[in-house]
Write a protein that binds this ligand. Structure first.
Ligand code: ZN
Length: 429
């Protein structure tokens, strides 16, 4: 347990460190725990697809109608209400592939119509989102439809927080969007059980991207590097994107943050029976080892394979009911029982990826209610899926290691400038 005295000391030091970081990055915001957009960041300005020319020409005798789309409205009902030619609308929608997008407009967004003195529609624009505008323009009696994108600027920001209430509340207070908090939880989910083992005083530091359009922040991008201290143990992750654009998180040494196996094959399920070699069977009512974990979940809940592998069994198996067994390399296999049905399109011999759905929860075979019975075997021996030491996913390939070092150096250095000095971290009980 942390004493109050220690906690206040800890907080005090953290603030100093954060202020230090703010100074180092000449933050415009000196409030410490607020996210700071670093001026030393490397803004990546992506070239615009087209020159932004969204503004409607303010020609004389042109009437501009601006209409905010309400729920239940369609573009055709709007055209009728505004008394604009539906023939023109038909022409716009069928002008090209992009034209069809005018048919799926969303409530809350704005349509702008530019109409000349004779009542002829000259231009129609639809602001799809903060970046893209769909524009139809009458040119030589034909509508030309194009999608105009504003240039996107990516800036690098950072923030840190001490867990006081919850990952969500403290993350939000530190300026992170729910999306970023989910990303953060996903990165460390393999090492930290956020539902059970998060503790007051745990802390994190994140370096991430902010997406700007015309100097306005519109979204967050990726987490580039992050550190999470859980119960005194420090975990560090950095993002690496390969040439094909596939990105994943690794330790600074290039080990994967992921494990070769998911701990649980179903989301949001409750454990109804644990691994127990001396359990009394609820149906048979006699001592019979329970060599797996049961997850109570509603019938039809998707079951995910916990690791990459190959389906080696798919069919009925006595009391197990409908079963799928996946072989993962030489050593490991996993078994999923009592399914209500299998995932369509798979068969014995099919290759499956970690997290891929292989069937659905049910109560086939000997089962009192809908649940998944999950077994994990190493060299044919049943092991407790909840406690077995899981192997890590593959590290950075040797051939990519220098690229990895080069790409991650800046983001790790940024993280290090914000980090709590190791001395303090070590003293933390
Ligand atoms: Zn079971």
């Amino acid at each position: 347990m942390i004493t109050n005295k220690f906690r206040s000391l800890f907080l005090g030091i953290t603030v100093i460190v954060t202020l230090g970081a703010s100074y180092a990055f000449t933050s415009p915001d000196a409030s410490g725990l607020q996210p700071t957009v670093s001026k030393l960041s490397l803004p990546v300005i992506q070239p615009a697809m087209t020159t932004p020319s969204v503004a409607i020409p303010q020609r004389k005798n042109f009437k501009i109608l601006s209409h905010q789309i309400k729920a239940g409205e369609s573009i055709s009902s709007i055209f009728s209400a505004l008394d604009v030619s539906r023939t023109d609308l038909h022409k716009i929608i069928h002008a090209n592939k992009l034209g069809e997008q005018f048919a799926s407009i969303a409530p809350g967004k704005t349509l702008q119509l530019s109409i000349d003195a004779s009542g002829q529609l000259q231009q129609l624009t639809y602001h799809k989102n903060a970046i893209e505008t769909l524009k139809a323009e009458l040119i030589h009696n034909k509508f030309n439809v194009e999608l105009i994108s504003k240039p996107i600027e990516t800036r690098i920001a950072s923030t840190q927080a001490i867990i006081n209430a919850s990952l969500f509340l403290d993350g939000q207070a530190a300026g992170l969007s729910d999306k970023l908090i989910m990303q953060l939880a996903d990165i460390f989910a393999w090492d930290i059980d956020f539902a059970l083992s998060l503790r007051k005083g745990d802390m994190f530091t994140v370096v991430y991207e902010k997406i700007f359009v015309e100097n306005k922040e519109i979204d967050s991008g990726n987490i580039l590097s992050a550190e999470f201290i859980n119960r005194g143990h420090t975990y560090t992750a950095v993002r690496f994107e390969d040439k094909d654009g596939t990105a994943d998180y690794f330790t600074p040494e290039g080990k994967s943050m992921r494990k070769a196996f998911l701990r649980t094959p179903v989301d949001f399920a409750r454990i109804s029976s644990r691994f127990n070699l001396k359990r009394k069977h609820p149906v048979l009512n006699r001592i019979r080892a329970h060599k797996g974990v049961d997850y109570a979940a509603r019938s039809g809940t998707p079951i995910k394979t916990t690791g990459d592998g190959k389906i080696i069994y798919r069919g009925r198996k006595g009391g197990y009911g409908r079963v799928v067994i996946v072989q993962h390399g030489q050593k490991y296999s996993s078994l999923y029982a009592h399914m209500s049905r299998y995932k369509k399109g798979q068969k014995v011999g099919s290759h499956v990826k970690q997290g891929q759905i292989i069937g659905y929860v049910g109560k086939s075979g000997l089962a009192t209610g809908a649940h998944l019975h999950y077994e994990f075997r190493i060299n044919g021996v049943h092991r407790n899926p909840l406690t077995v030491k899981l192997p890590a996913a593959k590290p950075i390939k040797k051939s990519l290691f220098s690229a990895f070092k080069k790409q991650t150096r800046v983001h790790l250095a940024h993280l290090n400038t914000l980090k709590i000095p190791p001395l303090i971290a070590q003293n933390y009980p």
